[in-house]
Ligand binder design. Structure first.
Ligand code: NOJ
Length: 508
């Protein structure tokens, strides 16, 4: 009998959009406490809180000024302690975001660097221009912006992999490392059980600062982002060294502690699954998640590709929606089938707030959008802000039960559709989250997997030796050779209008 650890079902909370208790129009920690019963009732094992640290919120909280302090917009230290206590009381672990790749440009370190403090400048990557005034090399930001921003006071460029307001940190610097170790220790001491590491594959660059070569069509197709994003035009050979980054996460493990649950975001694209394996060997992270499934909306081919390339799904967290991706709910797909497919995949499963109600991606008018990435790529970008529209707890109420004030984004939900999802889907999620654990799918091994057109056919062997077969049709395909007996669970009844979608699992 194996002693494989259960793979957690993790519920992602984007705090700004979860529950407001003050009328500010922005979610807060007390709001999370108020709604934790709902989360616990789903049967998940943990919550992951997107950043609640002090931030000017230029990148939705992923631009951090002080990683040790809670932004007053979310509440107080006492609120945080109460949240951790309540979560633990409900049997939920608490995972926090760690955004180590960069700080906000408002950080005292960066401001001191601009003011001429060389020791502080060494915490980042500053370089002189070429003699003709142009940037030191051809590196680009993942958002498709130039990677280098000019600062006239220092007469130097600094490097940033996302927005210019997010200067990249020099994570090899001993002082930076000491600071990170202390901040992680501080959160662990306050009861935090684990961390999600933002863009963990982007941490380190090659100090030779050579130009990246252009990407081949094969590489371009796999670099994260739309193929019209100039970032995909490069093979990221020198601006990110994921191999060194994989070794680096041993430091994160040492700082966080052996008992912490650690998972990381892989944005490197062209070697996503292979890197996920490197980042999760013993002494490193518990799991990594890649953008393969959400970018392909969980298609049979993307699941089969992931399974073929991974040594084990135990170390890859599956997900379909987040604060970075449009919600996967859409009229021509069945949320129930996709959810059942996710529940059946071994390994951790990250569920984004509202997914349990089959929330669709809402439309926003350009004038309502605040996310710089969405605005930059409007209307063709990833639609991140749509996924951040606040939770419609009570679809019939003014403010949808999210706020008594003016919400930070308009809650343009279809009230009837939300009400239907709330009535039907949350129960289904709770049922399949429970089955995943009780039947041992979460710790199972994949023994066969076939993707044929729109049909995905997977067989698992659980740790107790029982065999399960899951067949999921994404529209057009007709599943063949189905087991004779009745399935243990089916998913096709509840989303009308999604012709051809079904999912079923048999104890085979
Ligand atoms: C990934 C985060 O999830 C995203 O929201 C953010 O913009 C980038 N990393 C940069 O921190």
């Amino acid at each position: 009998m194996s002693t494989r650890k259960p793979a957690p079902a993790i519920y992602q909370i984007y705090p700004r959009s979860f529950q407001d208790t003050t009328g500010s129009g922005t979610g807060d920690l007390q709001g999370i406490i108020r709604r934790l019963d709902h989360v616990a009732a789903l049967g998940v094992d943990a919550i992951w809180l997107s950043p609640i640290y002090v931030s000017p919120m230029i990148d939705g909280g992923y631009d951090i000024v002080d990683h040790k302090a809670i932004d007053p917009m979310f509440g107080t230290d006492a609120d945080f302690d109460a949240l951790v206590a309540r979560a633990h009381g409900l049997g939920l672990q608490v995972y926090m975001d760690q955004v180590l790749n960069h700080t906000s440009d408002q950080s005292p370190w960066f401001q001191a660097a601009i003011a001429g403090d060389q020791a502080m400048a060494d915490h980042y990557l500053w370089r002189d221009p070429k003699p003709d005034g142009t940037p030191p090399n051809n590196w680009l930001s993942q958002f498709g912006l130039p990677g280098w921003t000019w600062n006239h006071l220092r007469r130097q460029y600094y490097f940033s992999q996302f927005l210019p307001q997010q200067p990249s940190l020099n994570l090899r610097h001993p002082d930076v490392q000491a600071h990170i170790a202390a901040q992680m220790r501080g959160w662990r001491d306050r009861g935090v059980d684990g961390f999600r590491f933002d863009v963990v594959t982007a941490y380190l660059w090659d100090e030779s600062l050579q130009d990246n070569p252009p990407s081949t069509p094969q590489v371009q197709a796999k670099v994260s982002g739309e193929t019209w994003n100039t970032y995909t035009y490069q093979d990221h050979t020198y601006d990110m060294l994921p191999g060194d980054g994989a070794a680096y996460v041993e430091k994160l493990r040492a700082w966080a502690g052996d008992d912490a649950y650690l998972f990381g975001e892989n944005t490197s694209g062209n070697q996503s699954i292979e890197l996920a394996m490197q980042f999760t060997t013993p002494g490193r992270l518990d799991a990594v998640y890649t953008t393969d499934l959400p970018e392909n909306r969980g298609s049979p081919a993307s699941v089969a590709d992931m399974i073929a390339r991974a040594d084990s799904l135990q170390r890859i967290a599956g997900w379909l929606s987040s604060h970075d991706q449009p919600r996967h709910g859409r009229p021509d797909a069945s949320n129930a089938v996709l959810a059942l497919q996710m529940a059946f995949l071994p390994g951790p499963w990250i569920i984004y707030q509202g997914e349990e109600w089959a929330l669709p991606q809402p439309d926003l008018a350009k004038e309502d959008v605040t996310d710089p990435l969405d605005l930059l790529q409007w209307p063709d970008g990833p639609g991140r802000e749509g996924s951040r529209v606040p939770m419609p707890w009570d679809p019939q109420a003014v403010g949808y039960g999210f706020t008594t004030g003016t919400p930070w984004l308009p809650l343009a939900w279809d009230r009837d559709r939300v009400a239907r999802g709330q009535a039907e889907m949350a129960r289904f999620y709770a049922r399949i989250i429970g089955m995943r654990r009780d039947m041992g799918w979460d710790t199972a091994d994949v023994v066969a997997c076939m993707a044929k057109g729109d049909v995905l056919d997977i067989t698992l062997r659980t740790q107790d030796g029982s065999q399960w077969r899951g067949v999921f049709s994404h529209g057009a395909g007709e599943p063949a050779n189905l087991p004779a007996g009745p399935p243990a669970i089916v998913a096709d009844a509840m989303d009308g209008g999604t012709t051809g979608w079904h999912g079923a699992i048999w104890n085979a």
